[in-house]
Write a protein that binds this ligand. Structure first.
Ligand code: ATP
Length: 487
């Protein structure tokens, strides 16, 4: 009989479209660190673990990138927690985006708006009326199915649902503001960050010296009560968005739209994402306000999917918010005196989806040949993340963990480096194991302090991708790493 823990584990893997055999794979991998039972190794052998997604989910859990949300209570479908390494990866993605979109430009400024906004924002944007999916709800167990995926009988309880008509269910999470739970206090968790930007258009314009064209950028959480969260962190119910609303003069919109599509596409390319393409969204698929949308797609193990959409939204947003709020949201050209409602170009990206794309692209396996001391051939994982995205930029090891002089010098180097970069320390096991352990989490440089270091004040720096080592003077390490991390 399966215990509660096993049932919950099974549910977790099933929710992620994984087979239960994977659980044993997970335990087997742990075995590399010393605690496997022979029985599990046998069970694992029954399952062919060749699915890239399974391997990535396994690595993420085992090394502390991503955990199922509220795991000790059996998880919650569509929610994930980012562990010590995952939070660094996401932080680096956001940092790179912010650097490129805000820090390096003088025509874009940042914003951090509240997650819960006046519900009229969502009335104006159309999310209250239109942000919904047609669903069929089983009258017995209340499980909901997408209308076009529903079968004659409920897959949960078997009830006959063949004659039920689909109803619209809104994807926004509802909550109440204040102590009374009545219709007057209903509010929503924002389904996208853009709303906060539009309602602050005038505030930003009035308090800055920006002139059209200019943009307002925001990174923050968004929530969608997705009917069918799936594919690990690809489609979740809570996620982070990085959105830019770039306000332009009507007539200049096509030019800026093209520029932003290129700009955003190159951002991914420059960070090492190769399996990407642009997809011009056909007219019949466009939202009613869109004058053109190009999706940037990544070729995930489950197929080509959108990671970012760049849309020419015309004057829809400022116009409707102006109508609903009664505030004038137009722009007056300081030189010509011409007054108009700006058009907006919106590059909108999801941090979690992008993190998954980078993980898929980076995941690499290499064979270790059988060793002369009887070691069997094995497979090792290298996460070839762009150094700018890697959770740790460097790891420092003393060659031997029982030589105080080596440890002292290694510790000094470690303390110095961590003032500049996220740096790891490892003095467990042998050097080979430490390298593999850092390769798996994508650390681009491993620094070893050996006996020569005590004499000539140099260390070996090993490159993750080439495994090549070179000796570098300790006093030049920070400069050396900064140069390597530059592009
Ligand atoms: P999809 O069609 O895949 O649901 P969308 O077109 O609704 O996506 P947008 O509203 O354009 O997505 O949101 C912009 C970005 O936000 C997407 O490109 C994606 O990266 C991210 N995103 C949207 N919904 C989710 C979700 N449920 N989980 C994770 N990321 C999401």
């Amino acid at each position: 009989m399966a215990n509660d823990y096993q049932i919950n584990e099974r549910k977790y893997f099933e929710n992620n479209g994984l087979n239960f055999g994977f659980r044993y794979c997970f335990e087997f991998r742990i075995s590399n660190f010393g605690f496997i039972s022979f029985k599990n190794a046998q069970v694992m052998a029954q399952y062919k673990i060749n699915n890239l997604m399974e391997k990535i989910v396994s690595l993420c859990k085992r090394r502390g990138f991503i955990f199922p949300g509220s795991e000790i209570y059996g998880g919650l479908n569509g929610f994930y927690d980012f562990g010590p390494l995952g939070v660094e990866l996401k932080f680096n993605i956001k940092q790179e985006w912010w650097n490129e979109i805000v820090q390096k430009r003088d025509d874009v400024v940042g914003l951090s708006a509240a997650i819960i906004m006046n519900p009229k924002v969502w009335e104006a944007s159309g999310h209250l009326a239109g942000f919904s999916d047609p669903l069929i709800e089983c009258p017995k167990c209340h499980r909901r199915f997408l209308a076009d995926e529903a079968k004659d009988n409920c897959s949960e309880c078997g009830a006959d649902i063949s004659s039920l008509k689909p109803r619209q269910f809104n994807l926004m999470f509802k909550t109440f503001v204040g102590p009374v739970e009545d219709s007057a206090s209903v509010a929503y968790l924002r389904p996208e960050t853009a709303g906060g930007i539009f309602v602050n258009f005038k505030n930003v314009l009035d308090t800055s010296r920006l002139k059209i064209p200019f943009g307002i950028a925001q990174i923050g959480k968004a929530f969608r009560n997705e009917v069918n969260p799936k594919d690990f962190i690809f489609r979740t119910r809570e996620f982070e968005q990085m959105e830019l609303e770039y306000f332009v003069k009507p007539g200049d919109d096509k030019k800026h739209f093209k520029e932003w599509v290129e700009e955003r596409f190159n951002w991914y390319k420059n960070l090492g994402l190769k399996n990407i393409r642009k997809r011009e969204v056909p007219k019949e698929e466009l939202a009613h306000y869109s004058r053109g949308t190009t999706d940037i797609e990544y070729n995930f193990p489950f197929g080509w999917r959108e990671i970012e959409g760049v849309a020419n939204r015309g004057d829809f947003d400022l116009k409707t918010h102006s109508q609903y709020s009664g505030e004038e949201l137009s722009y007056t050209d300081p030189e010509s005196g011409e007054k108009y409602i700006p058009f907006v170009i919106e590059p909108s990206a999801g941090v979690d989806r992008i993190a998954l794309a980078f993980l898929c692209e980076a995941y690499t396996e290499e064979k270790n040949p059988a060793g002369q001391q009887g070691e069997k051939e094995s497979t090792r994982i290298i996460l070839k993340l762009h150094p700018k995205l890697a959770p740790y930029k460097a790891a420092v090891f003393p060659l031997l963990a029982n030589k105080p002089k080596l440890i002292k010098l290694a510790r000094e180097i470690y303390e110095d480096l961590r003032k500049h970069f996220m740096t790891a320390w490892d003095d467990r096991g042998n050097i080979g194991k430490r390298y593999y352990s850092q390769d798996e989490i994508g650390t681009p440089f491993c620094i070893t302090v050996d006996f020569q270091s005590l004499e000539d004040k140099t260390v070996t720096v090993r490159d993750r991708d080439t495994a090549k080592q070179e000796r570098v003077a300790i006093e030049e390490l920070v400069f050396y790493l900064k140069e390597k991390l530059k592009d």
